[in-house]
Design a protein around this ligand. Structure first.
Ligand code: NAD
Length: 489
């Protein structure tokens, strides 16, 4: 495969071939080639970083209203390309068409919220006992490196860089090798269309084989001042350790094992719908998917009966078919992980009430009971359409089960008593918790993020301004008295 037939990457406002190997970007539904994409080397990455570094002072010096105008233009351009983006999200990322429509529809809001953040990059005047004018000022960091995942490529890539760019940083993005187009090159096209100055936004693509070398340059290059990473805990840990050793800022949005707690006074219809949506949307490939349903034992039988009936309506198959909400699993490795966890559960005594098998790239919507805490399905992120049900005899026990996890991203709590729901929410160890809803929730202006092994730092909202700026103390003195030995006589 020659570079000349491959999709090019975007560096310093120009479409270029990388010096590495071209790689295939596959359609997960049929294993056909969605795109062939140029592959970068460390040197390609370095050039993109240098371009971003050279562009940064000019970008930061633009009036904030000008930067906001670019972000708003990108939002409008995304809206004009909805149908095209939906099609690419289905064919590249295996998104069911309804999920693709949601994602393409959500993305403009990310850029509008980011545009608004330019007005919130405020400082403070603080008191000075020396009579100084003493100011705390926010400044952009410089070049921000962005590494994004494949599951919501348009949404999560946008979230990874939009606020950072709005605040005067320039961007070098390395999208996932599973979604280099919808998580990367599409944005380069939009930036070009918006007339963004060269070097402000760069996309460097590479295969999984090249990623440790290319990724290392992104993290370790001295011009890169911070990393915005969304992906697995395993990779996030490597990136966080490398960045930490170099004393660089790192915002890490990582994996999850979210619980839905169904209390004994729950509206069962609401609980069934929240559990079904939370577990099976995008065939469970959402960081905040419901991965453990913890039901009070007094209602467990009735909940399980209704839940199984509801889930049995879900069909798997061609993601273009509106009636088949369970699309393909992204790749064979992820599918093998789901199979392994389900088989481990079965071998350890779980009862599979529905599903449990794979068919080509699809995994059947699966519900299991008699799940115990020694099973992989209880501990490890599944990222598939699998619902393990556990029971608890009290709120305390449900909370203890939910908290028995290395992860802490989001949670859902279903109860007719909002005060009780809030009390449970306060005790669940997660970055986010939702009463009377599934754990799957996001809005563009929300500081999204987890605790424990689900991440560090927040994307979105005011906290994102802290994440992607430096706080500096700047003073003006008006007559300091130095100690006499230092003073001219
Ligand atoms: P992944 O960790 O395998 O890959 C994420 C990104 O890291 C990709 O771009 C990949 O190419 C890159 N990468 C891999 N090794 C690297 C290295 N050595 N140096 C630099 N970059 C490297 O994750 P994934 O499979 O793409 O995404 C699924 C995971 O992401 C799940 O664990 C999911 O929970 C998590 N996720 C978290 C959030 C969140 O907001 N918390 C959102 C979506 C996905």
């Amino acid at each position: 495969m020659s570079q000349s037939d491959a999709r090019q990457m975007y560096s310093n406002g120009t479409w270029v071939n990388g010096e590495g190997a071209v790689f295939d970007d596959l359609n997960p539904a049929n294993a056909g080639i969605f795109a062939r994409v140029t592959g970068a080397t460390r040197a390609d990455m370095r050039r993109a970083i240098e371009a971003a570094h050279a562009a940064q002072p000019g970008w930061a010096a633009l009036p904030h209203t000008e930067r906001a105008r670019y972000l708003l233009k990108i939002a409008d351009l995304i809206e004009t390309r909805q149908q095209d983006l939906i099609a690419q999200l289905v064919d590249e990322a295996g998104s069911w068409v309804g999920k693709a429509a949601f994602e393409a529809g959500y993305a403009p809001g990310i850029f509008r919220a980011a545009a608004a953040s330019v007005y919130q990059m405020t400082g403070e005047i603080v008191p000075s006992e020396l009579g100084k004018v003493s100011m705390l000022m926010r400044q952009p960091l410089g070049v921000v490196g962005v590494i994004s995942p494949w599951n919501f490529p348009l949404l999560l890539t946008g979230r990874g860089f939009a606020t950072a760019m709005a605040l005067g940083n320039t961007i070098v993005l390395k999208p996932s090798e599973e979604s280099p187009v919808t998580g990367g090159l599409v944005y380069a096209e939009l930036m070009e269309q918006a007339g963004l100055p060269p070097g402000v936004f760069n996309v460097v693509t590479c295969s999984r084989e090249q990623v440790s070398e290319v990724g290392d340059e992104l993290i370790s290059n001295p011009h890169v001042k911070a990393i915005s990473f969304t992906g697995s805990t395993a990779v996030g840990r490597i990136i966080g350790a490398r960045a930490g050793g170099l004393l660089k800022k790192c915002c890490l949005e990582l994996g999850g094992k979210d619980a839905l707690l169904v209390l004994d006074d729950a509206d069962l219809g609401l609980a069934v719908n929240a559990a079904t949506f939370g577990t099976f949307m995008h065939q469970g490939q959402i960081c905040m998917s419901v991965e453990r349903i913890i039901v009070h034992e007094s209602i467990a039988a009735e909940f399980t009966r209704r839940f199984v009936a509801n889930v049995s309506k879900l069909r798997y198959g061609d993601p273009w078919d509106m009636g088949k909400v369970i699309g393909p699993i992204i790749n064979a490795k992820q599918l093998a992980k789901i199979v392994d966890q389900v088989e481990d559960a079965r071998a350890r005594g779980a009862r599979i009430l529905l599903g449990g098998a794979s068919h080509g790239p699809y995994f059947e919507p699966t519900v299991m009971t008699d799940v115990t805490r020694d099973m992989k399905i209880f501990r490890e992120e599944n990222f598939g359409p699998v619902a393990p049900i556990l029971t608890a005899t009290s709120d305390d026990e449900a909370i203890a089960i939910a908290n028995d996890s290395e992860y802490g991203l989001s949670a859902g709590i279903i109860t007719r008593n909002e005060v009780r729901g809030l009390a449970v929410a306060a005790r669940v160890e997660t970055g986010m918790a939702h009463v009377n809803d599934s754990s799957v929730n996001d809005e563009p202006h929300i500081p999204f993020g987890g605790i424990k092994n689900s991440g560090l730092g927040r994307h979105g909202g005011r906290p994102a301004i802290e994440t992607f700026t430096e706080l500096r103390w700047v003073t003006v003195d008006r007559g300091r008295h130095y100690p006499p030995p230092f003073v001219e006589s």
